[in-house]
Design a protein around this ligand. Structure first.
Ligand code: MF3
Ligand code: CO
Ligand code: CO
Length: 248
């Protein structure tokens, strides 16, 4: 069932989304070669608590940490740990916070110092594909329009769209209906309505779209070991088009 949000609910999601985005701004200043993903998790955890919010992933379906941090070939759901960031890495930090019972979900891929030209191209292409997907979120458009827009753009540049994970509705629950694939066909699937709140979070791979889940049960990595990037915003569909709820 898809919940249509009221104006009050939308503002509560925006308040959470702003904290999630501010946490990413703060962590951007802490990303340096040598820091571990566990240290970034601790800094982010504290920043979220200092803003009177809670990190939604912690204990969600048994997830053990507050943030998801995925380096290079890691696609999503990287569990923060002892891995140290080094010059040339790309890392995706995905943050969801809950304040006053509503969630806001946003992710960015950061480049550590000088990265390869290919890595930079992947990251910039992924960012652009997210905005193309967001711009497809208009009243009356089809869910498939979002996926088709992203997939066409990505594949025209020789990259691939991960199929195993999708975007989602969000609000009182971290993950709500509908599922939002980032591949598909124009004019298919459900019609978008005013007040729907969705995440647009394409996961884009340098090589094959196939992923493997590691023994920890969470971390997904590219099957070919090549790079992966992701950007995510939470948006609401309005009369004036998409409104991004995860801005700082
Ligand atoms: N934030 C992720 C998303 O965009 C979900 C993470 S689930 C977790 O949907 F348990 F790993 F945190
Ligand atoms: Co997320
Ligand atoms: Co999400």
């Amino acid at each position: 069932m898809i919940n249509i949000k009221t104006q009050e609910e939308i503002e509560l999601i925006r308040a959470s989304g702003r904290i999630a985005s501010k946490t990413l701004d703060y962590l951007a200043t802490k990303i340096k070669p040598g820091i571990t993903t566990e240290q970034l998790d601790q800094l982010g955890h504290q920043f979220i608590l200092d803003n009177c919010a809670k990190p939604s992933p912690l204990n969600y379906r048994g997830y053990p940490k507050s943030l998801c941090i995925s380096i290079n070939e890691e696609v999503v759901h990287g569990i923060p740990g002892k891995r140290r960031i080094k010059e040339g890495d790309i890392l995706t930090i995905d943050i969801t916070v809950n304040k006053n019972g509503f969630h806001g979900d946003t992710a960015r891929t950061f480049m550590v110092g000088n990265v390869s030209e290919r890595a930079e191209k992947l990251v910039e292409t992924t960012r652009k594909s997210m905005y193309l997907g967001i711009n497809a979120c208009k009243i009356g458009a089809y869910l498939g329009d979002i996926g088709a827009t992203i997939q066409n753009y990505i594949e025209s540049l020789g990259f691939s769209v991960v199929r195993n994970f999708v975007g989602h509705g969000i609000g009182r629950n971290f993950h709500e209906d509908p599922q939002v694939p980032f591949y598909g066909k124009k004019g298919t699937g459900l019609r978008l309505k005013e007040g729907m709140v969705l995440t647009i979070e394409p996961m884009i791979n340098e090589g094959t779209w196939e992923v493997v889940i590691l023994e920890d049960g969470w971390t997904s990595v590219t099957k070919d070991g090549l790079l992966s990037a992701q950007f995510e915003h939470t948006i609401v569909i309005t009369q004036d088009g998409p409104d991004i709820l995860t801005l700082s």
